[in-house]
Design a protein around this ligand. Structure first.
Ligand code: PEP
Ligand code: MN
Length: 266
């Protein structure tokens, strides 16, 4: 698809003067857990909540997510707090199901080159034009990433957000190496908005604020940040999740920084 045919996305203020935050827990664990985060997001005047219902866990014995029950919790919280919802779809067999519950569908890093999943997501969102947040794979190049967007857009949905979430390098001090240069590179090469997931490359919560500030400074269009009411008790990614209080403090700082660039955090 040529750049000229990619429309702007009013919802996301594409490449404009807003930075959309996709915040929420790594996994949806219960109504109480999810609603506590939803309330915090709403109070901060943000618009989206994320959370995993189907979790791509490296270890098959780790928590796999609540599945459809998680989608129900997410939908109820989205309706109650007036937030848009984003969750990962891991399997082609779940595309219709996930699509029926949420506002945005996420392709995870581990499915970066699962082309049949990409085609199926393009198919289920062909009419709705629901947002698809497409994460970069651990070893995916920017060229491979941009080329594969055509699988998603083939049936007409160009509401795609590319999400940089860190890649594998020789460096082990962080969980993944955040390729911050991906943001301006993609901005030069396409019209897609770029999200930076600052939680998964950080791996630990004290690295989340500096990476988020770097992402805003480099010109990201959206941010993904994991937030959990009680991170030590989280069923996945506890060490990197912010508490609601830490998240609130960070959003305040990011709002000041974004204002320097004439942008608003939403
Ligand atoms: C996630 O966002 O919950 C997730 C599993 O991320 P990634 O696919 O980037 O590892
Ligand atoms: Mn996670």
């Amino acid at each position: 698809m040529s750049n000229e045919t990619i429309p702007s996305i009013p919802d996301l203020g594409t490449r404009g003067d807003t930075i959309t935050v996709f915040a929420g827990p790594c996994s949806i664990e219960s109504t109480e857990q999810f609603e506590e985060v939803a309330e915090c997001i709403k109070d901060l005047g943000l618009t989206w909540i994320r959370g995993g219902a189907f979790k791509p866990r490296t270890n098959p014995h780790s928590f796999q997510g609540l599945g459809e029950e998680g989608l129900k919790i997410m939908k109820a919280a989205g309706d109650k707090y007036g937030l848009k919802t984003l969750t990962e779809v891991m399997d082609s067999a779940h595309c219709e199901l996930v699509h029926s519950y949420v506002d945005g569908l996420q392709v995870g890093a581990r499915n970066f080159q699962n082309f049949s999943l990409l085609k199926n997501i393009g198919h289920v969102t062909a009419k709705s034009h629901k947002m698809v947040l497409y994460k970069r794979g651990f070893a995916g190049t920017i060229a491979e990433w941009l080329a594969a967007t055509d699988y998603l857009t083939a049936e007409g949905n160009t509401n795609i957000v590319l999400c940089e979430r860190g890649i594998r390098t020789f460096e082990t001090a962080t969980r993944f190496t955040l390729d911050i240069a991906a943001v301006p590179v993609i901005h030069k090469q396409s019209l897609y908005p770029v999200c930076v997931d600052v939680s998964h490359p950080a791996g630990v919560r004290d690295l989340v604020p500096p990476l988020a500030k770097a992402a805003v400074a480099v010109g990201c269009d959206s941010l993904m940040i994991e937030v959990h009411p009680n991170p030590p008790a989280a069923k996945s990614d506890g060490p990197q999740q912010l508490t609601p209080a830490q998240f609130k403090e960070l959003i305040g700082q990011l709002r000041e920084l974004a204002a320097l660039f004439g942008k608003e955090i939403v």
